[in-house]
Structures are given as C-alpha cells and as structure tokens.
Design a binder for this molecule. Structure first.
Ligand SMILES: Cc1ncc(COP(=O)(O)O)c(C=O)c1O
Length: 404
C-alpha cells in the first residue's frame, strides 16, 4: 500500500485518540525509517523512546526470530527460559529484588502503585496515599492517570482514583509538607519526559530518598522513558546512586516489542502473594527474548557510553545554535533525552524538521523533544543538527516577522 492509502485507511477505522502525522513507515534500519515509497527519514524520535538501539538491530531481530519459531506464549501458569533469564538480568542490574512483568509503562506503574498500597496495608500500618508531582506523566490507566500531574489528560475521565497527592516537581520542601499519616510512597520521574524534559536539581532524588527513609515511605522511580541507557547510564537513578524501593520500566526494554516491568526490593515485593496481581501476557517469551538481546547490546556494544558522549555533543551543539537565536529559552537534557525549550509553540519547528525528513516531536507545547537512538554517530548527529538549526532559524524569523 502507498503511504496515503495507509493513512486514509487508518483514519477511517482507528479510534481518534492520537494527533497523528500523515506519515506511514514500512521498514527501518539503524537510525533511519523508510516510508512505503522508499523515502528515508532520520529518526530522532524512536517511536517515543522505544527503539533505542535503532531499527532492526541484528541482535534483537535474531532473538525475536529464534524465539518466535519456538514458543510465543504459555501464560504465567508456567515458566519459560527467556522470562526466568530476563528476571535474573533485571534483578542483577537493579542490585537484587523481584520482578513483575507486564506489557506497558502504564501497567508497570499500576503494578508499582498496587504494590505500594499492598505493602502499606500490611507492613506499612494501613497507609495508602501516594505523593506524585505536577507536570508528571505516569500512564493512561485510571490509577496511573490519577498519579499523573497534568489535568489535560484527565479531562472527561473524572473522578480520579482517590489516594494521590500532587506537589510541584523538584521541590523537596513540598514533598515534606505533603507527607501525612496516610502517606505510603513518593512516585517520581528522574527527569519529567512528557512534561518537557524537565531536569531536577542534581540532589533532588537523593533528598527525596532521605525523606522516604525518615518517614518510612517507599520511593517509586518511573524509569519508563529514561531507563535502559537513555541518559547515559542503564537507569537514570544511577547518576546519583539513588536506588529506589520500586522501579518501573517499559518502552526501550523490549527493543520495539511491548513489555513492561516493575522491579522491587525483595522485602517490599514480598507483599505480593499468589493471585494478588497478574497479567495474561506479562513475561511473554518473545518480548523477554527481545529484552535480553537489548540488555546484551547495551552491556556489550557500548551503546550506553555512546548515548552519554553523542548526547553530550548534541546538547553542546544545540546550545551553540541557540546562542545565535532569540527564540530558544534553554537547551536541557541528559544523554539522548534532550529538550529545546522555545519561546513559542514547538509544533511549527517539528513540522519543518519532518519536511526535511528528520523525525522529532513536541512536548509540553513549547519544547522540541529529541529522543535519538543511543547508537547515533556524530556524523548522523550533525545531519540532524543542520536540519534543526534551519528549522529553528526559520521559526525565529517568522516570530520576528509577526512582532514587526
Ligand atoms: C515516564 C512515563 N511513565 C509511563 C508512561 C506510560 O507508558 P505506556 O504508554 O507504555 O503505558 C510513559 C509514556 O510516555 C512515560 O513517559
């Protein structure tokens, strides 16, 4: 099918939940995507931080092919080798613990919320309230939406689930003030991704952790967007060595296949007993085989170090570009999650980049968000930077024109 036919067929039949671009893709290779007509796009979006090792990574393709030909599903009534091995790998990188597998970021966070409540109902002395932050994003289930601090996503779905309290991000005093007799946990993103790549002060997580220790609260870190190497470490919390009680993963974990995971300290995870939580597809052997290949590639192919180095280069160059322009307020980020904060809406800049076949997206209205593959080379980074510079320059000129 041609691109236009795919787009039309999708528009006619899909629920209208996404503000889609009128583009369709047929295949991918490394940092490039190809539409059915064979046009090549440089991908600084990675399907929302999912295909972090690029498209059709040979290790991941081989693992999926091999597992798909052997066994695709048995349910959690039984065990499979990929699931057992992946759980062992994740607990090893987490530093001990227990894993619950599911299929998405929302489900991983839902599991974290339920585990915190379950622990709170027993060990925690009947506490249930979770503090999360304004401008956060934790998912679209009613539970995770209730933890999400962005009203636009809650519109029309109220009432939200009770038991959540929202406070400003990067504000330890606000966290402290919000702790009450029913508080059981604090749930944070190490960097607010959907919120516009908002970076907290370097000691925020450590101070939140101290507060949790003092008040006997659980620290839940949502690594769904920033985990699996994106910031230049396997997990973003490793930059400050703030190991949480519960960590959630999804997106890049499966290298493009749907999988989510909640990893919890063993003494906390002990609150989950047979029948207390579950997911039919959770731990699917094909998704687990893909995730094992992702971890192999991250640990052995230098992708994490590359994310730090090339991501740092991108940030540096973007700051140089921004210094010559009057429409960029700030360039922020870590590794391969970068936000260019504009003094106007980001969508025209996104559209200008896409026209030149560079995929980027807008977050929080005015932030141009870059989520390139961790394996991007400097030459590929330069290709993208040229397009971004042109798009930013023409947006700056249009803004000056409007003001005149
Ligand atoms: C930090 C964070 N948590 C949770 C989610 C939800 O993940 P999913 O869309 O896989 O349910 C997202 C998605 O963008 C996210 O960025």
């Amino acid at each position: 099918m041609k691109s236009a036919e795919i787009v039309e067929l999708a528009h006619q039949n899909l629920a209208n939940t996404y503000g889609c671009m009128p583009l369709a893709f047929a295949r991918g290779e490394g940092p490039y995507l190809y539409d059915p007509e064979g046009n090549r796009y440089l991908d600084f979006f990675c399907g929302l931080a999912v295909t972090s090792l690029g498209h059709a990574h040979p290790r991941i393709v081989a693992a999926i092919r091999e597992q798909a030909g052997m066994l695709t599903h048995v349910s959690n009534v039984f065990h499979t080798e990929p699931m057992a091995r992946l759980a062992a790998r994740l607990t090893a990188v987490f530093g001990g613990g227990r894993v619950f597998f599911c299929n998405s970021g929302a489900e991983a966070n839902e599991a974290a919320i339920k585990l915190a409540r379950r622990w709170g109902s027993g060990e925690g002395g009947g506490r249930y309230e979770i503090i999360s932050t304004i401008n956060s994003f934790h998912g679209r289930t009613l539970g995770t939406l209730s933890a999400t601090g962005q009203e636009k996503y809650q519109q029309g779905f109220q009432p939200m689930v009770p038991g959540f309290r929202l406070v400003p991000y990067d504000d330890v005093a606000a966290l402290e003030n919000a702790v009450g007799k029913n508080t059981v946990a604090i749930m944070l993103e190490p960097i607010q991704g959907e919120g516009g790549v908002v970076m907290p002060k370097p000691d925020y997580l450590a101070r939140a952790r101290e507060l949790c220790d003092r008040a006997k609260l659980l620290l839940i870190l949502d690594e769904v967007q920033v985990g699996m190497g994106r910031t230049g470490r396997m997990f973003a919390w490793q930059h400050g060595n703030v190991r949480p009680h519960i960590m959630t993963l999804a997106k890049a974990l499966g290298g493009g296949l749907p999988i989510g995971a909640m990893v919890a300290r063993p003494e906390i995870a002990a609150s989950l007993t047979p029948g207390s939580h579950g997911s039919t597809f959770g731990g699917n052997p094909v998704a687990c085989a893909a995730a094992l290949a992702v971890i192999d590639a991250l640990e052995h192919d230098g992708a994490i170090e590359n994310a730090g180095a090339v991501g740092g280069y991108l940030i540096e160059r973007l700051r140089e570009i921004a210094s010559r322009l009057d429409n960029v307020a700030e360039v922020r980020g870590q590794g391969m999650i970068i936000g260019v904060v504009l003094k106007h809406e980001a969508q025209p800049v996104v559209d200008a980049c896409v026209k030149e076949r560079l995929l980027v997206n807008a977050a929080a209205g005015n932030v141009l968000r870059l989520l390139p593959p961790l394996t991007l080379t400097r030459a590929q980074a330069d290709d993208g930077l040229k397009i971004i510079a042109r798009a930013l320059e023409s947006a700056a000129a249009a803004r000056r024109g409007k003001a005149a």
